[in-house]
Design a protein around this ligand. Structure first.
Ligand code: CO8
Length: 260
């Protein structure tokens, strides 16, 4: 499928998605969000792709939020549809089997920050800025921030960001656990790909089951989560990768995983 608001390429088993509306600071309109949902559906079933990096085009923004000019005249029901479309696409980032890494190159505000929150790992450039400024516009977040931000950084810090609309820099984002790493702008994609390539070199079934274990476990009580981990662990022994990974260790050689 051809995309008008996204760029996509595959580099050695790592998918690179670029949000591509630079004139509007990559603001997320309906067309972009629909395309993102379709692209993630394609990625989810593509076994060639073992990790995904997502970034914004241009040097200013990852995404400066949902598209305000599209949203301004909306009725409540139109707003609901807009939110559901975005929620659907952004939740796919969280639930596709492959790990996702946000490479935050500039403003990640509102819906842009919510895309970042749905990724598994976040790398920020020193130029990145994060915030949930929805209260400045008289609306609540609509693509997951009230739920994902407190789970990531704790309710107290999340509420301060959500209720004040404050924009924070990369260093503060790192301090609160919103960014895993902060690097110079020219190193951003290298760092994101370094992590993605490392993940891509591991046993892929184990990688996917581990992501699933964390995601599903966060919605369970600890006892059921631990039981779920036991089941995933058992399941990993049904794979060729488990036999190969452990044999390679014992034979003191690198494992040749097949993702089977
Ligand atoms: N939507 C639409 N266009 C935008 C957006 C946006 N979110 N952000 C920037 N743009 C456009 C500007 O209108 C401008 O267009 P033009 O050149 O045609 O005038 C162009 O991008 C460049 O922007 P600026 O001139 O404003 O650039 P500055 O460097 O002066 O400022 C900022 C950069 C600080 C990032 C500024 O653009 C800004 O504050 N943007 C809006 C940030 C914001 O409030 N984001 C949150 C939006 S709300 C949201 O995301 C809710 C998500 C949930 C939705 C739920 C559905 C119901």
């Amino acid at each position: 499928m051809a995309y008008e608001n996204l760029l996509f390429e595959i580099r050695d088993g790592v998918g690179l998605i670029t949000l591509n509306r630079p004139k509007a600071l990559n603001a997320l309109n309906s067309a972009l969000l629909t395309e993102l949902g379709h692209l993630l559906d394609e990625i989810a079933v593509n076994e060639e792709i073992r990790a995904v990096v997502i970034t914004g085009s241009g040097d200013k923004a990852f995404a400066a939020g949902a598209d305000i000019s599209e949203m301004q005249p909306m009725t409540a029901m139109e707003g609901r549809k807009f939110s559901a479309n975005g929620m659907n696409a952004i939740t796919k980032l969280e639930t596709i089997p492959q790990p996702t890494i946000a490479a935050v190159n500039g403003f990640a505000l509102g819906g842009g920050c919510e895309v970042v929150l749905a990724c598994d790992i976040r790398v920020a450039s020193t130029k990145a800025k994060f915030g949930q400024p929805e209260v400045n516009l008289g609306v609540t977040p609509g693509f997951g921030a009230t739920q994902r931000l407190p789970r990531l950084v704790g309710a107290g810090i999340a509420k301060e960001l959500l209720l004040t609309g404050d924009v924070i820099n990369a260093e503060r984002a790192h301090q609160i656990g919103l960014a895993n790493h902060v690097v110079e702008p020219e190193e951003l994609l290298n760092k994101a790909f370094e992590i993605a390539n490392k993940i891509a070199s591991k046993g892929q079934l184990a990688v996917k089951m581990t992501k699933q274990g964390v995601n599903e476990g966060l919605n369970m009580d600890v006892e059921r989560g631990l039981q779920y981990e036991t089941e995933l662990f058992a399941l990993s022994f049904s794979t060729e990768d488990q036999k190969e990974g452990m044999a390679a260790f014992l034979e003191k050689r690198a494992a040749a995983f097949k993702g089977k």
